[in-house]
Design a protein around this ligand. Structure first.
Ligand code: BV8
Length: 258
C-alpha cells in the first residue's frame, strides 16, 4: 500500500472508535467546486491585490466600489457552483456518528447546500448583507432585494435606515468573529473525539487555533499540500478533499457497520 492508503486506513480506525466529529474547513474544500481559494491568484481588476488587503473595513472605506465589486463577483460565482464530493462526504458522516459539527471559515454556504445540519459559519456569509455603520446594532441585516435599484457604477447601495454603505455580511480582517460562532466552535472542538482539518492553510486566527484546543482529540489533516500546521496533525491525508473524503467515510463506515 502507499502512504496515502496507510494514512487513510489509520485515520479511519482512529475516527471509528469515537462518537463526536468536528470538521474545521477552509477554502480548499470548495476549490473543486470552482471557488478560488485565498491563495489562488486574484484575477481581473483585483489581480494586483492580496485578498487580505481587500477583506478589511479600511479597504472598503478607501475604495467601496472596488471591494463591493470583488464581493459581488465572488457571490455571483458561488451562485453558479455546486457542493463537491468533499462537502457531500461530510454530510454522509452524519449517518455514522451521533455528532458531526462543521466549523467553516468559508463564506460560500456550500456545506449547508450539501445538507450538513450543524454548520458554524465563523466568517459570515457572502450572500448576505448588512449596514456598514451597524446603525440598528451589530449586525444590521439588509435585504438587498428589498432595496430600490441603485447606480452600480457608483458602488455599493445605501442602507435604507441611515444612508451608510451596505456591505457584505462577512468578517473582515481586524473584525471580531461573531461571538456565538467562535464560542460554539470552541465548545465543539473541546468535546470532539476527532477533528478533521480540511483545506485550510491554518494561518488565519482565531480559526487556526481551533484544532489545538483539545489535546485529546485525534487531528486528521486533509490537504493537497504541506501546511504550517501539518506537523501537529496525527494523520495527514495528502490529497484533494473531493477525492479522499469519500474514501475516508467509506472506510469508517466499513469499520462502524461491518
Ligand atoms: C479577529 C471572510 C480580533 C472574508 C476571512 C491572533 C489571534 C486573533 C487574531 C489574529 C491573530 N493574529 C493575527 C490576527 C489578525 C487576523 C489574522 O489571523 N491574520 C492572519 C493573516 C495572520 N485575524 C483577524 O483579523 C480575525 N479577527 O481575530 O478579531 C483581532 C483583530 C485584530 C488583531 C487581533 C485580534 C478575522 C479573520 C477573518 C478574516 N475573514 N474571510 C472573505 O472571505 O472575503 S478569512 C479568509 O482567509 C477565509 O475565510 C479563510 O479563513 C482565510 C483563508 O484561509 P484558508 O481558508 O485556509 O484558505 P487558503 O487559501 O489560505 O488555503 C487554502 C488551503 O487549501 C491551502 O492549504 C491549499 O493547499 C488547500 N487546498 C487547495 N485545494 C484543495 C486544498 N485542500 C484539499 N483539497 C483541495 N482540492
Amino acid at each position: 500500500m502507499n502512504d496515502l492508503e496507510d494514512q487513510l486506513l489509520a485515520a479511519a480506525a482512529a475516527m471509528a472508535t469515537g462518537e463526536r466529529i468536528v470538521a474545521v474547513t477552509g477554502a480548499g474544500i470548495s476549490a473543486e467546486s470552482g471557488v478560488p481559494t485565498f491563495r489562488d491568484a486574484q484575477t481581473g481588476l483585483w489581480s494586483s491585490f492580496n485578498p487580505q488587503e481587500l477583506a478589511t473595513p479600511d479597504a472598503f472605506e478607501r475604495n467601496p466600489r472596488l471591494v463591493w465589486d470583488w464581493y459581488a463577483m465572488r457571490a455571483a460565482r458561488v451562485g453558479e457552483v455546486q457542493p463537491n464530493p468533499g462537502h457531500l462526504a461530510l454530510h454522509d458522516l452524519e449517518t455514522l456518528f451521533p455528532s458531526v459539527i462543521i466549523a467553516t471559515q468559508n463564506v460560500d454556504g456550500l456545506h449547508q447546500r450539501a445538507g450538513s445540519s450543524k454548520v458554524i459559519t465563523l466568517h459570515g456569509d457572502i450572500t448576505r448583507y448588512q449596514c456598514f455603520a451597524d446603525c440598528q446594532g451589530r449586525l444590521t441585516p439588509i435585504d438587498l432585494t428589498s432595496l430600490p435599484s441603485w447606480d452600480t457604477a457608483a458602488g455599493p447601495p445605501r442602507c435604507p435606515h441611515c444612508g451608510a454603505y451596505v456591505r457584505p455580511a462577512v468578517v473582515w480582517f481586524g473584525e471580531m468573529l461573531p461571538p456565538g460562532a467562535l464560542d460554539a466552535a470552541e465548545t465543539a472542538c473541546r468535546m470532539a473525539d476527532t477533528i478533521l482539518v480540511i483545506g485550510t492553510s491554518g494561518e488565519v486566527y482565531p480559526a487556526a487555533a481551533l484544532p489545538f484546543i483539545n489535546p485529546h482529540a485525534k487531528r486528521i489533516e486533509v490537504n493537497l499540500a504541506e501546511t504550517s500546521i501539518s506537523r501537529r496533525m496525527h494523520y495527514r491525508l495528502r490529497s484533494s478533499a473531493g477525492a479522499v473524503l469519500p474514501k475516508l467515510v467509506d472506510a469508517v463506515q466499513r469499520l462502524r457497520n461491518p
